[in-house]
Design a protein around this ligand. Structure first.
Ligand code: CA
Length: 420
């Protein structure tokens, strides 16, 4: 029998709002699209367009817009918006060199409230030999050495099928034993299309109900691919919806050679025909070598690891790292407000000898709010600012004002006025 898979909370539970999650040892990539410059992904290839590249991905194609309307953003200020207004694929790839034996991608996705369904929506994990990307894999039967491709997808419902849009969720899988040149469709119930591959998942298979996403609602999706040992049928694909295991497909052969591993993640949607309302949104992508789980938006406990990304955002978005914190000792926002939304409200005095740039360009990473170790006279002050902003009851009223400054000092009032 295949090993039991986790459900519910995973890595993300330790990083509320995904803040700092990229520093987790199991995480290899995280992008909430907050750092994209401008309102659209640069299309093309990062290597060939380094000077104009504006996002964290390696390739992108067609129109990947940045949504900033809070109604269409899951967390932070940005999400990716794709409108399938042409019969095209729209998407982006992230590459991971040699790759991994097991890889998870977790993302949030929402369909337009009238989304009619289309050919492919979702994300993929792929293994590609050097130079093989999703475009080269499509319609090509895997030989064990060239590629595998696993998409968490939704099948557009046929007319008169009685199935509501956007249709049933499925896995679209290019694997060594697929029946035809196109990938097989795996349904959580165990059905496989085309039907030549019925029984593919072996005796350990556990059937689960088919799922149809509600439109106009964010879901947390997670896809896992575990490659097989060459020569054995121990490959496995699984997916989760809002932390619940929703499909589990063991007994697979994805490769015949050790060198082929999960080395690419693809965010992509494709429509083969025009039609209205074919818009969907993505946010909060995390890629890791183990189960990630849903994002926690609840405020962290005192001392939890939330500062790294928060401080990086202070640096990146405000162009001024908090050199010290000069108040305000006032109540913070309601707990449902993601911390990143608060950046614009926190007065930021001028830069900053007390933070050392990290390899990622942000301040020195720290894991613990209580052990932040910046240099300078008021170390830890930005941490208290973050803490106040994140506290469940907006507990800024207990925050100390460093340097003995009074909370109602003229400087503080000026900063508050200018930040309001
Ligand atoms: Ca975001």
């Amino acid at each position: 029998m295949p090993a039991e898979l986790p459900e519910g909370d995973g890595i993300a539970a330790e990083y509320p709002g995904d803040l700092g999650i990229e520093e987790d040892p199991a995480v290899v990539f995280a992008d909430g699209f907050e750092t994209v410059k401008g309102d659209m992904f640069t299309a093309g290839d990062r290597d060939g367009q380094a000077s104009e590249w504006n996002n964290e991905w390696d390739r992108a194609w067609h129109t990947m817009r940045i949504a900033q309307d809070p109604a269409n953003v899951h967390s932070g200020r940005h999400a990716v918006e794709i409108t399938l207004d042409q019969p095209l694929s729209y998407g982006a790839e992230k590459h991971f060199g040699e790759g991994f034996g097991t890889l998870h991608v977790r993302y949030y996705m929402k369909y337009h409230k009238e989304f009619p369904g289309c050919h492919h929506t979702g994300m993929c994990i792929m293994g590609g030999a050097p130079g093989v990307h999703v475009g080269e894999a499509t319609g090509v039967h895997p030989d064990g050495e060239n590629h595998f491709l696993v998409g968490l997808d939704t099948v557009r419902p046929r007319r008169r099928s009685g199935i509501p849009p956007p249709g049933k969720m499925n896995i679209y899988c290019y694997h060594m034993d697929q029946a035809r040149k196109w990938g097989d469709l795996f349904m959580p119930s165990g059905e496989v299309f085309p039907s030549e591959n019925a029984g593919l998942f072996g005796e350990g298979f556990v059937a689960r109900p088919d799922r149809i996403a509600d439109r106009d609602r964010w879901y947390c999706y997670e896809l896992m691919v575990k490659v097989n040992t060459p020569g054995q049928r121990d490959g496995r694909v699984a997916f989760w919806v809002d932390g619940e295991l929703a499909g589990d497909f063991p007994n697979l052969r994805l490769r015949s050679v050790e060198a082929l591993k999960a080395n690419q993640v693809v965010l992509s949607s494709y429509s083969s025909r025009r039609g209205p309302n074919k818009t969907l949104w993505y946010d909060d992508v995390v890629v890791a070598t183990s189960y990630i789980g849903p994002q926690r938006s609840a405020a962290p406990q005192w001392g939890r690891s939330v500062t790294v990304r928060f401080l990086r955002h202070l640096a990146v978005e405000s162009e001024a790292v908090c050199g010290y914190w000069d108040g305000p000792c006032q109540a913070g926002p309601p707990p449902t407000q993601p911390a990143r939304d608060l950046l614009g409200r926190i007065p930021l005095p001028a830069y900053p000898e007390n933070l050392v740039p990290s390899k990622n360009g942000g301040p020195t990473p720290t894991r613990d709010l209580n052990s932040f170790s910046g240099r300078g006279p008021v170390r830890g002050a930005p941490v208290r600012a973050a803490e106040a902003a994140l506290a469940p009851d907006g507990g800024g009223s207990t925050m100390a004002c460093p340097r003995g400054r009074r909370e109602d000092s003229p400087g503080t009032r000026r900063q508050l006025a200018s930040a309001a």
